[in-house]
Design a binder for this molecule. Structure first.
Ligand code: ZN
Length: 197
């Protein structure tokens, strides 16, 4: 290969890397009218192994729970999000944490794959929706008010910023597959929310 071609190729690779890192930067995550989102850098995410673009606005909002222990402080919640990521990448061999976003009972939202990447949360529907995971286990109880408010704000901000269709359809994970997710008590609540069908 000629030197010129080599240089052009390496420049092209460099440009791609720059574009990808810009895309992954927090500026694309903190959209206007959104709750504060703890970025991947802030919760110390492992680098992703791949990314495919999710064209928005999406039709579906899927609600999940992590079926894990509770978290009520940013430190606890960040540690739980890291555990989810390890589980998804090491046991499931996925490219990254599966969810688009996560919400903790510390009242914070956590960036998973974000608004613009296809997730691994709702088998068969990952390319048509975003997956929001409530951190904890909500079979027997509801998430606290702070977490519920943040989740609602996050969905509203997705609509405001053209990531979610304004006439979106809200579903629980169990509506789309054989799972108890997002937990019976929480599932009963989301069925009363607008856009649930
Ligand atoms: Zn789920």
């Amino acid at each position: 290969m000629s030197l010129k071609l080599k240089m052009w190729r390496s420049t092209r690779v460099f440009v791609c890397i720059v574009v990808l890192s810009l895309k992954a930067s927090s500026s694309t995550i903190q959209l206007p009218d959104c709750p504060k989102i703890i970025t991947r850098a802030e919760w110390q995410a492992r680098p992703t192994r791949g990314r495919s673009a999710l064209p928005g606005p999406v039709q579906y909002v899927f609600i999940h729970h992590g079926a894990s222990g509770d978290c009520f402080t940013p430190d606890q919640c960040a540690a739980t999000v890291r555990r989810y990521q390890n589980y998804h990448m090491d046991s499931h061999k996925w490219d990254d944490i599966g969810y688009s976003f996560l919400v903790g009972e510390d009242g914070n939202a956590y960036e998973g794959r974000g608004w613009d990447r296809v997730g691994a949360h709702t088998l068969g529907y990952n390319t048509v929706g975003l997956g929001f995971c409530m951190i904890g286990n909500f079979m027997q109880r509801l998430p606290n008010k702070a977490a519920l408010n943040t989740l609602k704000q996050l969905i509203a901000c997705g609509v405001q910023n053209g990531k979610i269709q304004s006439n979106y359809t809200l579903r629980g994970h169990r509506d789309m597959g054989s799972t108890s997710c997002p937990g019976t008590t929480f599932y009963n609540l989301i069925q009363t929310w607008p856009h649930y069908t």
